[in-house]
Design a protein around this ligand. Structure first.
Ligand code: GLU
Length: 504
C-alpha cells in the first residue's frame, strides 16, 4: 500500500497557520513512508471561496517549503482537485445513496426545522434531528414535490446506540448516535456539503490516512457511516491537537495573527516558522528545539504527537527565528534580507509616495521606514485627538478593523469606501476618523496617505497594526465589546448595502 495523505483547505480568507501546521504533519507522514501528499481545494462554499485566497494558499505553503505531489495547480491522475469542478461526481454518489435507501430527500421548511429543534430541546436529552423527527406523511411529500418545493438530501443515521471509531492517536472513541443529526449531504442548490464531498474525494483520490485538526473529530461517525454505505474501506483517521493562544483558547485572529502572510511580512524566516510548527505537539527524539524540515522528516514518528493543546506563542517563535537568523552567514543574511523587503517588487508600490516628498535618499527611511517595520512604537498619548474621546477612538479603530476584515480584494478604493462609509455613519469627518489609523499604521499622524499605506503593506499587516493599537489603547471590555458588536451589526449591514449600490 502506498501511503497517501492530503490537505484540504477551503479558500476563504487569509492562508491560516493551522493549514500549514496540518500540511506539515501530512507531508512528514507521507515522506516518512515514501508516499504521496496531495492538495485538494474544498470550495463548495461558493459564496465565500475566492481565487485570491486559493492562490495565497499555494504561495504561502510553497514559501514555507511545503510541496505537494498532486493538486489543482500541478495536476495529477486523480483530478480535478478543486471540488467545484467535481459536481457530477457528487451528484452520482448522491443517487447511489438515494437508491440504496441510505439517504432521503427532506422537504422540511426552515420554520419546521426550527420548531422541531425547539421541541426536542424542550423535551430534554439529545437535540439532534433524526429521521423519525424529519419524516413527513407520504401525501405531504407528494404535495410538496408536485409544487416543486426545494429539498435537501440527508443521510440516515441510527436513532440510538453507540458509535465506535478509531483514531490513530486516541485509540477507540465512543460517541452516542443520539448526538448525531441526519446530516445534510446535498444542499437545496445541488451543492454537496463538506461531509459528502470530503468522503467521496478521499476515497476516489486513494487517501490512506486522514490527518486533520481535532475540530473534525465529531464528523468521524458520519464519515464512517458514509464509507459503510458506499461499501468502501475507510482511511485511517488521525486528529491533531488544535493550536492554542497562550491563554489556552483556540488560536484565533482576535488574539494572535493567524495569517501565514503576516509572519512572512513580519520577517520571520520560513525555515523558522516551519520549525516552530513542527514543535507543536511534537518533538525530535533528542528534544532539540531547532531543526530543519528534512531533519524533522527523517526522524518523524506520528505516535510521538502529544495531545495536550500546543501553544502558539509569538515570543517563542521570535526566539527561534532569532536563532535561525544568527546561523546565517553574512552573505546569506544579505541575500535573505533583500529577498524579504529590499527588492524591486516590495519597494515599487511605495515609490510614487516617496519620490515627490524627499530631497535626499537619506530621507527615505525616516519617511517610509514604517512600511517595512512590524508594530509601530506607539502609546496612548499618540492617539490623543482634539475632537475624538479615547473611548470613541478605540471603538472607531475596532469597527474599522472589522471593516478591514470584510475586504476580499485588498485595494485602496474598497479600503476607502468602507472606512469613509463607517466615518459617515458615525458622524465623524473622514480626516478626523483617519487620525487613529495614521497612528496605528505609520506611527504618526504626519505621514503620506494612510489608505495608500494600507494598500501597500497589505491586509494582514494592516489589520495586525490596527489590532495592536486597540490593545495599546487598553482594549475593549467584554461588556463594551458586546454592545459594540451589536451596534456594529447594523452599521455593517448599512455599509454592505451602500457598497452593493455602488457595484450595481
Ligand atoms: N475543508 C476542510 C477544512 O477547511 C477539510 C477538513 C478535513 O481535512 O477533512 O479544514
Amino acid at each position: 500500500m502506498t501511503v497517501r495523505t492530503r490537505i484540504a483547505p477551503s479558500p476563504t480568507g487569509d492562508p491560516h497557520v493551522g493549514t500549514a501546521y496540518i500540511a506539515l504533519f501530512n507531508l512528514a507522514f507521507a515522506r516518512q513512508h515514501g508516499g504521496q501528499f496531495l492538495l485538494r481545494i474544498e470550495d463548495t462554499d461558493q459564496a465565500r471561496s475566492t481565487a485570491e485566497s486559493e492562490q495565497s494558499i499555494y504561495d504561502s505553503l510553497r514559501w514555507l517549503g511545503l510541496d505537494w505531489d498532486e493538486g489543482p495547480d500541478v495536476g495529477g491522475d486523480n483530478g480535478p482537485y478543486r471540488q467545484s469542478e467535481r459536481r457530477d461526481i457528487y451528484a452520482k454518489h448522491i443517487e447511489i445513496l438515494l437508491e440504496s435507501g441510505h439517504a432521503f430527500k427532506c422537504y422540511r421548511t426552515a420554520q419546521e426545522l426550527d420548531e422541531l429543534r425547539a421541541q426536542k430541546q424542550e423535551a430534554g436529552g439529545f437535540s439532534a434531528l433524526k429521521f423519525s423527527d424529519l419524516e413527513l406523511p407520504e401525501d405531504v411529500v407528494a404535495q410538496r414535490e408536485s409544487e416543486g418545493a426545494s429539498y435537501v438530501v440527508r443521510m440516515h443515521v441510527p436513532e440510538e446506540g453507540v458509535c465506535t471509531f478509531n483514531d490513530m492517536l486516541r485509540g477507540d472513541i465512543e460517541m452516542d448516535w443520539g448526538m448525531v443529526d441526519c446530516q445534510i449531504l446535498m444542499k437545496s442548490d445541488g451543492m454537496p456539503t463538506y461531509h459528502l464531498a470530503n468522503v467521496v474525494d478521499d476515497h476516489l483520490m486513494d487517501i490512506t490516512h486522514v490527518i486533520r485538526g481535532e475540530e473534525w473529530l465529531s464528523s468521524a461517525p458520519k464519515h464512517q457511516l458514509l464509507y459503510k454505505y458506499f461499501g468502501w474501506d475507510m482511511p485511517v483517521l488521525c486528529h491533531m491537537p488544535l493550536l492554542r493562544n497562550p491563554d489556552k483558547s483556540k488560536l484565533s485572529k482576535r488574539k494572535n495573527p493567524t495569517s501565514i502572510l503576516y509572519y512572512k511580512h513580519m520577517g520571520f524566516m520560513p525555515e523558522a516558522l516551519l520549525n516552530y510548527l513542527g514543535r507543536m505537539g511534537w518533538s525530535m527524539p533528542d528534544e532539540r528545539e531547532q531543526f530543519s524540515r528534512d531533519e524533522m522528516f527523517s526522524h518523524f514518528d506520528i505516535s510521538r504527537v502529544s495531545l495536550g493543546g500546543p501553544i502558539f506563542d509569538q515570543e517563542k517563535l521570535s526566539w527561534l527565528n532569532s536563532q535561525w537568523i544568527r546561523d546565517l552567514s553574512e552573505s546569506e543574511f544579505v541575500e535573505q534580507f533583500i529577498k524579504w523587503g529590499l527588492n524591486k517588487e516590495a519597494l515599487a508600490p511605495a515609490i510614487a509616495h516617496i519620490q515627490p516628498r524627499i530631497e535626499r535618499f537619506s530621507d527615505v527611511v525616516p519617511l517610509a521606514g514604517f512600511l517595512l517595520s512590524g508594530m509601530p512604537e506607539v502609546d496612548e498619548t499618540d492617539f490623543a485627538h482634539k475632537s475624538i474621546e479615547p473611548t470613541q477612538m478605540v471603538e472607531l479603530l475596532q469597527m474599522g478593523l472589522w471593516q478591514l476584515e470584510a475586504i476580499r480584494d485588498w485595494q485602496k478604493p474598497e479600503i476607502q469606501q468602507r472606512l469613509f462609509a463607517l466615518a459617515k455613519i458615525e458622524g465623524v469627518k473622514p480626516k478626523d476618523f483617519l487620525y487613529g489609523f495614521f497612528v496605528a499604521i505609520a506611527g504618526t499622524p504626519n505621514s503620506f496617505s494612510v489608505l495608500d499605506s494600507m494598500a501597500i503593506i497589505g491586509p494582514d499587516m494592516s489589520r495586525a497594526r490596527v489590532r495592536h493599537s486597540v490593545d495599546v489603547l487598553g482594549g475593549i471590555s467584554k461588556k463594551a465589546m458586546k454592545k459594540l458588536d451589536k451596534k456594529y451589526r447594523d452599521v455593517s449591514a448599512q455599509i454592505e448595502l451602500q457598497l452593493a449600490d455602488i457595484d450595481a
